[in-house]
Design a protein around this ligand. Structure first.
Ligand code: SF4
Length: 366
């Protein structure tokens, strides 16, 4: 199979014209060239859908309107505001990055990709997005959507599981950028690539009949849309049981404890967990008896892992606390399920707390 490296021209021009007429213009982070807002949106959009990000983006900006307020915030405040978005290392890196920008750059984002990429939590795509959207730099964002569009348009059929092939595709993408005398088009071009990949050149059912690139897209001309891009190595997913102990005091409060600083749910507050019910009860110095009730289990999926959450409830006496001699003590708190959560908690814990607050757990579902 042949592919081509094409000098910038029809591709960039058509994409920019299409974006101005048909692309997305109404998202709150599109109306600005402020690096703080672009950076925040890019980090939130990693692994998370636009519709979910919208509410978080607004709340985050209300609480932290600029990089200085974010840098000054206690880490737990940032995690609490991030609760429910998942992939919490993003929030920790966001906070660290804000501090570096304030301390090293006086609160002004650097404009070049290399300096941006050296900041905590900023990878090649986020750095390129900030540089292109805010400083009109001629750099390619290279996320999954963009790889798909470029591979199809150029007929690039080599296996993208191989790093050298991925770099080769990046060279194709760089050759398609607007020419230097059209650098001013970089924000619309970058947004156009993202929009086209998200709305027309989708993975399963690309809408080539309305695509501005249809007349010279090699995948369309040879009907190989489904075969491109080629990636042979797929993620190997694992499944794990997570037994979760919901210890409830007579006043209805439940026990949450801080997780270790590394690993899944690092530094967040969660119910005590273990890989088996026996281990969990032993750690809690409880017996599996009449006081223990099982709630319906559910699956929470991470990129590589399906966590089967198996919650058990147990009524404890006022003086009870979770023994910490079997594992590192990271502190804990009694929390009322119906109260405003000021702690950073992972999605499944938030879901269980909501179920406890509404009393649904006393029926058949959480
Ligand atoms: S013509 Fe079809 S395959 Fe080619 S870029 Fe457009 S939507 Fe994708």
């Amino acid at each position: 199979m042949t592919d081509r490296i094409e000098a910038a021209g029809p591709f960039a021009g058509r994409l920019v014209a299409w974006q101005r007429l048909h692309g997305r213009h109404d998202l709150p982070w599109q109306q600005t060239a402020d690096p703080y807002r672009v950076w925040l949106s890019e980090v939130m959009l990693q692994q998370t859908q636009v519709v979910t990000v919208l509410g978080y983006f607004d709340r985050f900006l209300q609480r932290f309107p600029d990089v200085f307020s974010l840098a000054d915030a206690p880490p737990d405040d940032v995690l609490a505001l991030w609760s429910g978005l998942g992939y919490y290392s993003r929030a920790r890196n966001l906070h660290r990055c804000a501090q570096v920008i304030v301390n090293r750059y006086g609160g002004t984002f650097p404009s070049d990709v290399a300096s941006l990429q050296a900041l905590p939590g900023i990878g090649p795509s986020t750095a390129a997005a900030i540089a292109a959207f805010c400083f009109s730099q001629r750099v390619t964002i290279f996320d999954g959507n963009v790889k798909r569009v470029v591979a199809r348009y150029t007929g690039f059929a080599d296996d993208l599981s191989v790093r050298a092939n991925e770099l080769s595709l990046l060279a194709h993408a760089n050759a398609l950028l607007p020419p230097p005398d059209r650098q001013v088009d970089m924000p619309a071009y970058t947004q156009g690539l993202m929009d086209l990949g998200a709305t027309l050149c989708t993975r399963h059912q690309p809408r080539c009949q309305v695509c501005p690139l249809q007349q010279d897209c090699l995948a369309n001309l040879t009907q190989r849309q489904q075969a491109l891009p080629c990636k042979t190595k797929r993620l190997v997913r694992k499944t794990q049981d997570w037994f979760v102990l919901i210890a409830i005091r007579p006043d209805g409060a439940v026990w949450l404890m801080r997780r270790p600083p590394t690993g899944i749910w690092a530094s967040l507050y969660a119910f005590p967990v273990a890989a088996s019910l026996g281990t969990l009860l032993a750690q809690a110095r409880l017996q599996d008896g009449e006081k223990v009730s099982h709630l319906p289990s559910f699956t929470h999926s991470l990129t590589h892992l399906d966590m089967v959450i198996r919650p058990v409830c147990v009524a404890v006496q006022p003086g009870w606390s979770f023994p910490t001699d079997d594992q590192p003590a990271h502190g804990g708190e009694w929390v009322q399920p119906g109260g405003e959560l000021s702690l950073g908690v992972p999605v499944p814990v938030k879901r269980l707390m909501a179920g406890l607050a509404s009393g649904v757990e006393r029926g058949s579902r959480v």
